[in-house]
Ligand binder design. Structure first.
Ligand SMILES: [Zn+2]
Length: 276
């Protein structure tokens, strides 16, 4: 066995850029990176120590749905029909190279989810917003008039995309002050026949455990604001999304989360670096 086959691995990732991204630069960059990884080699002895968590997009198999991790709680979902931004904060530069949003979902009032300047910069005449009342109440009239206000349990179909608002809240006594039940929304987005769950800031509530038929789930985990990796893994093992990606996870042991989810048939754990 030669040195290469014994001590080196070759990572190959093939990813298709979505049809409505072809004019943008960032998906091309990701595609280039993904293809470039085909030539990427890493000494086996330092795997884990230096093989960085990838930060690239997540594609749902057999669909045109692709999700771009942006930062912390912010992500962009691109389907064949529409582009959906979730909790855009941090200025519009973070979204350079991606299609402009048709829909913007906001989960909660906190600054890592809701930033008025960023919303204003991203919103065009054709952009629709979805938000809970607590967020809508903080919007100026020009944004408020484009906002579909959803309470927990309500849903709306906008531009061919169905948005279900699901509860997000704390249940542990010393964390109750962070997210009271009913104020914020998690969301289940159905686009191109795929269902994507975005948890918002929550613990492992019964409403999460009862979710059905989720193709991809973005589940928060960080203390003291949301939940432990143990809680998150336990819930994921119960609602069994086809793909789960931890997000809103600063300081959390994601490898431990992956280990705790374990080898559940049908669940693929994908880790991304949201803090690069
Ligand atoms: Zn948060």
């Amino acid at each position: 066995m030669n040195l290469l086959s014994k001590h080196w691995i070759v990572a190959a990732v093939v990813m298709e850029a979505p049809r409505n991204c072809r004019r943008s630069s960032r998906p091309r960059i990701w595609l280039g990176i993904a293809l470039g990884l085909g030539l990427f080699v890493q000494p086996a002895s330092v795997i884990g120590a230096s093989l960085k968590t990838p930060s690239g997009p997540i594609a749902i198999t057999n669909s045109a749905v692709i999700i771009y991790p942006i930062n912390h709680a912010t992500l962009v979902l691109v389907s064949r029909e529409r582009t959906i931004y979730v909790d855009p904060v941090g200025g519009h530069q973070r979204f350079e190279g991606l299609p402009r949003p048709d829909l913007i979902l906001v989960t909660d009032i906190h600054e890592d989810h809701f930033n008025l300047d960023t919303l204003t910069l991203l919103t065009r005449d054709t952009t629709a917003l979805v938000a809970p009342a607590a967020v809508a109440d903080k919007l100026p009239e020009n944004l408020r008039m484009r906002t579909s206000v959803l309470a927990n349990g309500e849903s709306n179909t906008l531009a061919g995309v169905t948005i279900e608002a699901v509860p997000m809240y704390n249940t542990t006594e010393d964390r109750l002050k962070f997210h009271e039940k009913g104020r914020g929304n998690g969301y289940v987005v159905t686009a191109s026949q795929k269902r994507v769950y975005i948890s918002g800031d929550t613990e492992d509530i019964p409403e999460m455990r009862q979710l059905k038929n989720i193709d991809a789930a973005f589940v928060c985990m960080n203390l003291p604001y949301t939940m432990t990796v143990e809680q998150a893994a336990s819930a994921v093992r119960e609602f069994k999304p086809r793909i789960v990606c931890p997000y809103h996870c600063r300081g959390s042991d994601l490898e431990k989360f992956k280990q705790l989810v374990g080898e559940v048939p049908g669940i693929q754990v994908l880790l991304r670096d949201w803090y690069r």
